[in-house]
Design a protein around this ligand. Structure first.
Ligand code: ADP
Ligand code: MG
Length: 398
């Protein structure tokens, strides 16, 4: 179902409540105050913010940050994000230490058209995660129109992502949301073939639904990361001390049977005693010796995966191939990043998403060569799985 976009609404003179995803990593600056460690998500919201400000709307921004557990936590305040946004957008960005209530309403009423305010972390209120009606209504009362640009939070039915939309007349997608949906719909619903999906990362349980869905559209599904060992164990391989999910063996087995023709598993591995910077790493083919952990895909697997990727017209990748945070176990992930970038240079359409995958991609230096780098982790998996995203469903139909 098509949803309203910024092109369908007139924001001039209106209070535009914009749900952004400013759930960014924080650092401590030299003077001891918190600061933004990585502003990718803030930058991703700028097209929407620029649109609203340039068209004379009042931009009222809401976001969650971290997991404060439904009560105020000074370490998870969005105040430093407001300052950071101010430097990026070159406007005065007001900040309200209240998320809802009369004082916030009064401040907003006093703001001129084309001005901008960020409200405090929505998760300081217990009604955010429980999608409580009272909190959703309080948010809605600050708005003439609601815009959701937080793709990364769209898989959650929270008050600021879904509940609020029920109490406003108009609820539209922001530019980032639009861009994400367009790119992801292309890979999910009408990919050009051959299509290669690459799935890795830590837990198979997070991604079973996505593996199942992608195995029906992709021509090759390349598996890496810790999740490979659950599959390899099912196939009767020795996996040593590798991380497996014992309670997912049956599901993995039936999934393997369904997807056997498309699924590719690593044939060799970089192993060590532990995921440790000082550990001695070696390459083994086939079975993993007792006591050793598989921590990256090996060179033969890299070659096989690389060939499949270079031949692809569509590539979607989520989940690192190994413990890329440590140099000895980063090669597989770096090689996949490079192959995906090369294929994209040659005309393939590529999508990479997931917090750790995007950070690995940054480490490889290939980010700018990828067609679409998604801001979603859970939302991306949910979308690719074909499951509903409450943050999108709640918006007004076009
Ligand atoms: P994303 O955030 O991109 O969705 P995940 O969170 O699923 O990715 O997985 C990333 C994590 O998986 C990384 O921290 C990485 O170290 C870990 N990982 C990858 N391969 C292995 C492995 N073989 N053993 C243990 N951990 C692994
Ligand atoms: Mg992760």
């Amino acid at each position: 179902m098509q949803k309203l976009t910024l092109d369908d609404i007139d924001v001039r003179g209106k209070r535009v409540l914009i749900r952004v995803d400013f759930n960014v990593p924080l650092n401590t600056s030299e003077d001891g105050s918190p600061c933004v460690a990585d502003d990718t998500r803030i930058r991703a919201a700028l097209p929407t913010l620029r649109h609203v400000l340039d068209h004379g709307g009042k931009a009222i921004l809401i976001s969650h940050l971290g997991r404060p557990g439904g009560q105020p936590d000074p370490d998870l305040s969005l105040a430093c994000v407001a300052d950071h946004l101010g430097t990026l957008i070159d406007e005065r960005v007001r900040f309200s230490s209240n998320t809802v209530g009369d004082t916030v309403g009064d401040v907003i009423d006093g703001m001129g058209d084309g001005s901008i305010i960020l409200l405090e972390n929505t998760r300081f209120d217990p009604g955010e995660k429980s999608n409580e009606e009272g909190f959703a209504k309080a948010l809605a009362s600050l708005a003439d129109v609601y815009v959701n640009d937080a793709f990364g939070a769209a898989h959650r039915a929270h008050a600021s992502t879904a509940g609020v939309a029920r109490f406003v007349e108009t609820a539209a997608m922001g530019r980032l949301m639009e861009k994400e949906i367009e790119a992801l719909t292309r890979v999910r619903d009408h990919p050009e073939h051959p299509m290669v999906a690459i799935l890795g990362g830590s837990k198979v349980s997070d991604k079973l639904g996505t593996i199942r869905a992608l195995s029906t559209t992709a021509d090759h599904l390349l598996i890496g990361g810790a999740m490979s060992y659950t599959f390899l164990q099912v196939l009767g391989h020795e996996v040593g001390a590798s991380r497996i999910e014992a309670d997912r063996l049956e599901t993995a087995e039936s999934l393997y049977e369904e997807a056997e023709d498309t699924l590719l598993l690593p044939s060799d591995h970089v192993v060590a005693d532990a995921p440790d910077a000082e550990a001695d790493a070696s390459v083994v083919e086939g079975d993993i010796p007792e006591g050793k952990m598989g921590l990256d895909i090996g060179p033969a697997t890299i070659e096989t995966y690389r060939t499949a990727i270079l031949d692809a017209a569509t590539i979607v990748w989520n989940g690192p191939m190994g413990v890329f945070e440590l140099e000895q176990f980063a090669q597989g992930t770096m090689a996949i990043a490079e192959a995906t970038a090369e294929a994209t240079d040659d005309g393939a359409f590529s999508v990479v998403g997931g917090g750790d995958s995007v950070s690995a991609l940054g480490q490889s230096g290939c980010t700018d060569r990828i067609s679409h780098v998604s801001t979603g982790g859970g939302a991306l998996l949910t979308f690719l799985e074909g499951a509903p995203l409450p943050g999108i469903d709640a918006l007004t139909d076009a």
